[in-house]
Design a protein around this ligand. Structure first.
Ligand SMILES: *Cc1c(COP(=O)(O)O)cnc(C)c1O
Length: 425
């Protein structure tokens, strides 16, 4: 059964693999561009609608630059992400800084690039007051607590470390005005990987009602409402993609019934999706290194959890294709595993796949977001290269693979003891 057809040929992969060892990532440029256009199209009714790409999903400057060409800003939550954007000329109100547990140094970097600062709590205003000048605009991240249900990836709002309560938000706007900040936004991020339009709309409704309440209680009018990211990806065969037109139209009708009558008809709607923009358009390409039958049947590949930790960390499903065998029937189920000394280093458990041999290429679908970016170096397994390809069949290397020199760059080795000399001499 097909998930979605691969947008590249086996030849394209062999061409890359001829010069670069597997594993590596490939990203489909036209797919990402098209997705951003669809999102903007769904919100064409809202003047000033903006999508800030959540950089943590795919922090490659080439990809962030392509998305910026399509009109995206960037949503950053660390100094490294701010610096990445600075390097490609993305700054000012094209950057949203949504951090938590934030230090003064981090705020000063965000202020230096002119980012819109989205506060996790009004208590952070004290840190903003230490800056050489106050930011002209701030927003607050709302956490509805027990008023809203979350989902598996993000957890229940009440147990979430992110954001602040309704009372704190109202107090935050009052205090911000007292210290001289005059422009405001409102933000929440309560669901992630959400495929239900109704649930995404619940967030819009919650925030629109909150904006009206803020205006009544503190006199502050918000300029923008950021619905967060969280649009899901249909990872599993049979799951349906979010209908962006239906979602955009749903937000529009809430906007017209809640914000417009309250005199908030100029509010800009914003989003900060990561997963939905790059997730379906990135693939992890890995080669079968070993097969074995012990208590179960294992297929070992040359990628491991350090290249893609979602399956090991959340039990996430990623569809797998064996390149060139997409049309073959599956045989008995296998576990597809990496070589970390960790038993959760598995890309799939009990997965029906066609008969595979050593050197076959396995493609991991929907790995474009929170994939390479979550990589790590445990066991001295290194992060892979990244390539961009387009519909014209052009391929560009956008990150080289790490080397052992990179891995050892942060230590100075002790001098080896001379052979033949005893330690005591
Ligand atoms: C991770 C994150 C996002 C992006 O989430 P996706 O599920 O990738 O769309 C957006 N906003 C904030 C604050 C985040 O932490």
């Amino acid at each position: 059964m097909h998930h979605s057809p691969l947008p590249f040929s086996a030849q394209l992969i062999e061409q890359i693999a001829a010069d670069h060892p597997t594993p590596f990532y490939v990203y489909h440029e036209d797919g990402m561009r098209q997705r951003v256009r669809e999102l903007y199209d769904a919100f064409a009714w809202n003047e000033g609608f903006k999508q800030f790409f959540a950089v943590k999903a795919t922090p490659n400057p080439h990809i962030v630059a392509i998305l910026a060409e399509e009109g995206c800003g960037a949503d950053c939550s660390s100094p490294a992400e701010l610096v990445l954007c600075e390097h490609i000329g993305l700054c000012g109100e094209g950057v949203m800084f949504t951090s938590n547990n934030t230090t003064s140094d981090e705020f000063s970097k965000a202020a230096e690039v002119g980012a819109i600062i989205n506060l996790d709590s009004p208590s952070l205003l004290d840190k903003l007051q230490e800056l050489p000048s106050l930011p002209p605009i701030v927003s607050y991240r709302y956490n509805p607590g027990s008023e809203r249900r979350g989902n598996v990836i993000i957890g229940e709002p009440q147990e979430s470390k992110f954001g602040c309560t309704r009372q704190q938000i109202l107090e935050g706007y009052r205090r911000s005005r007292e210290i001289g900040i005059g422009r405001f936004g409102l933000h929440a991020m309560v669901v992630s990987n959400e495929l239900l339009v109704s649930s995404l709309l619940d967030t819009a409704q919650m925030l629109f009602e909150m904006a009206v309440e803020i205006q009544e209680h503190s006199g502050a009018s918000v300029e923008f409402i950021n619905l967060g990211g969280g649009i899901g990806v249909p990872y599993r065969v049979g799951e349906k993609d979010v209908d962006l037109q239906e979602f955009g139209a749903g937000v529009q009708s809430l906007y017209e019934s809640l914000l417009v009558p309250a005199g908030l008809g100029k509010v800009q709607v914003m989003m900060e999706n990561g997963r939905a923009i790059t997730g379906p358009f990135g693939y992890l390409v890995t080669r079968v290194t070993t097969t074995k039958k012990s208590h179960k049947h294992y297929v070992g590949v040359d990628a491991c959890m350090s290249n893609l930790m979602r399956p090991g960390m959340y039990g996430a499903y990623h569809h797998l294709s064996v390149l060139g065998k997409e049309d073959e029937l599956s045989v008995s189920p296998v576990d597809v595993v990496g070589s970390l000394c960790e038993n959760n280093d598995k890309f799939a458990i009990d997965r029906p796949l066609p008969e595979v041999q050593e050197a076959d290429i396995v493609v991991v679908h929907d790995a474009g977001a929170h994939g390479h970016s979550m990589g790590f170096q445990y066991n001295g397994r290194l992060r892979s290269a990244e390539f961009l390809f387009n519909n014209a069949g052009e391929v560009r290397k956008i990150r080289r693979a790490e080397t052992l020199d990179d891995y050892f760059a942060t230590v100075d080795f002790p001098q080896p003891k001379k052979t033949g000399q005893s330690a005591a001499s």
